[in-house]
Design a protein around this ligand. Structure first.
Ligand SMILES: Cc1cc2nc3c(=O)[nH]c(=O)nc-3n(C[C@H](O)[C@H](O)[C@H](O)COP(=O)(O)OP(=O)(O)OC[C@H]3O[C@@H](n4cnc5c(N)ncnc54)[C@H](O)[C@@H]3O)c2cc1C
Length: 434
């Protein structure tokens, strides 16, 4: 019998495994794929080093401390990564980084700016749970939604602000309104509206994080877990290599997999988790001759601009060594909640779209290298009413002592959310085993 089995070797599973090992526990991780890391995948081809999943981690003090504990030295993105662009009317418009620059920015019309200035007097918190779109329209107006918030929502969730819950998808923003009755007042008092931290990656890309966390952890690759049953005080797992018994079980797979794994423990939980919407995303890494890619983090393209590209990260501008000399690397994103059909297109058709739109947006005429990666179920959507899934996970853990649920559908979707949540999970597991 094992003490702790973890299902899934994504960042949620591996950071939990790492913390539990540090606490002195014997841990084994079951991973269905040949490779570990889940969404985190770095590739190297033709002199380019590129990410197929997440690109950077927004690391606060807590996450930085975790990296240090893991013996990792993060690379901080170049200072120019503070420059972000929004594509509007055929041009890249810098995202204003201060209230004064905002007043002079061509990003919003004068009417929209006046509307934003009225924010502290907008109608206060409403009783019903609101979508991000309704919340932003109420507080800041439609143009602010279209040209600032919606592109950021697609940058994080590849999501549709009309469907995402402001309470669960953008917790900090929601909390500011609850606490201060105004985002502007709250931001001034707290000196920040968005999440705090620095953008980091690692030498060799984000996969370095995965490799280091897995060092010394027993990971059983290509070893899918098919079924979980509970017998008295232990769990019995059907794995590819036979039955495995464990006292504590951490399920860190995506919700749609947790759904079938939990079927024998709770039919209704299984049905509910299967309803969580994961949107498709296509990630296209493009190598180009240097010259057209500006210094900065990247560009977001509002849907109103009529493009299929959601945005592009200027990857070689963030960290050194991502492209050969004289070349730049861009990572382009397509799909999401507002363009699910893209996943059905062939790689050739996607390449054509990317080439055409990069020409229009950045004036790039020739491409040196291209790599297309499709994620059919990329990112879980924290839609209206999402609280019921979080409550359900808690209930499952209370009813089935020794079961712990984690993963980006419970912790928040960013890599740093997953890392922070692993501390909570590891603590719960450790208390249970004592
Ligand atoms: C295209 C893309 C871009 C992103 N960009 C960013 C970004 O720039 N910054 C950021 O912070 N976040 C980003 N994210 C989000 C972030 O990468 C993910 O939320 C996070 O990596 C999810 O980690 P996880 O461990 O919860 O899940 P996963 O990475 O999905 O890991 C789950 C693991 O469980 C395994 N598994 C599933 N079922 C079984 C089974 N039955 N038996 C055994 N193993 C099983 C899977 O194979 C997988 O390895 C991005 C995500 C995507 C898809």
């Amino acid at each position: 019998m094992r003490d702790i089995v973890i299902i899934g070797s994504g960042i949620s599973g591996l950071s939990t495994a790492f913390r539990l090992r540090k606490l002195g526990y014997d841990v084994v991780v079951y991973e269905k794929d040949e490779d570990i890391g889940g969404n985190i995948k770095t590739a190297t081809q033709e002199g380019y080093t590129f990410e197929l999943g997440p690109q950077t981690v927004l690391a606060d003090e807590e996450v930085m401390a975790f990296f240090k504990e893991a013996g990792l030295e993060p690379l901080v993105a170049s200072p120019s990564s503070k420059n972000r662009y929004i594509y509007k009317g055929g041009k890249l418009v810098p995202l204003p980084m201060s209230p004064l620059l905002f007043l002079f920015s061509p990003l919003l019309s004068l009417t929209a700016k006046l509307r934003v200035l009225k924010e502290p007097w907008a109608s206060g918190p409403v009783k019903n749970e609101e979508s991000i779109a309704d919340f932003v329209r109420r507080r800041l107006g439609q143009e602010f939604l279209d040209y600032i918030v919606a592109p950021f929502v697609s940058g994080v969730y590849a999501g549709d602000p009309e469907r995402l819950s402001v309470k669960y998808a953008t917790r900090r923003v929601y909390a500011l309104e609850q606490e201060f009755g105004s985002l502007i007042r709250g931001a001034l008092k707290k000196k920040a509206l968005g999440p705090k931290g620095v953008l980091v990656s690692f030498e060799g890309g984000l996969y370095t994080l995965i490799r280091e966390l897995a060092r010394g952890v027993e990971v059983k690759r290509e070893n899918v877990v098919l079924k979980i049953r509970k017998k008295e005080d232990r769990f019995i797992l059907d794995t590819r290599e036979g039955k495995v018994e464990t006292k504590a079980l951490v399920v860190s797979s995506p919700a749609y997999t947790a759904s079938y794994l939990l079927k024998d423990l709770s039919w209704s939980a299984s049905l509910e988790f299967d309803r969580i919407d994961y949107v498709p995303v296509v990630v296209v890494n493009v190598g180009v001759k240097s010259g057209n890619v500006p210094e900065g983090f990247g560009v977001l393209i509002p849907r109103r601009e009529g493009k299929r590209i959601l945005g592009a990260v200027f990857s070689s501008k963030l960290f050194p060594g991502r492209a050969p000399a004289g070349k730049d690397l861009l990572t382009v994103y397509l799909g999401g909640a507002t363009d699910r059909e893209i996943i059905e297109l062939s790689n050739e058709a996607i390449t054509e779209i990317v080439q055409k739109e990069l020409r229009e947006v950045l004036g790039i005429n020739s491409i040196d290298f291209i790599h297309v990666r499709k994620w059919k179920r990329a990112i879980p959507q924290y839609t209206l009413g999402y609280g019921k899934y979080l409550n359900l996970a808690k209930e499952m853990e209370e009813i089935h002592r020794g079961l712990f649920l984690t993963g980006n559908y419970l912790s928040g979707v960013s890599v740093s959310d997953c890392i922070r949540f692993s501390e909570v999970t590891a603590k719960k597991v450790s208390e249970f085993l004592q």
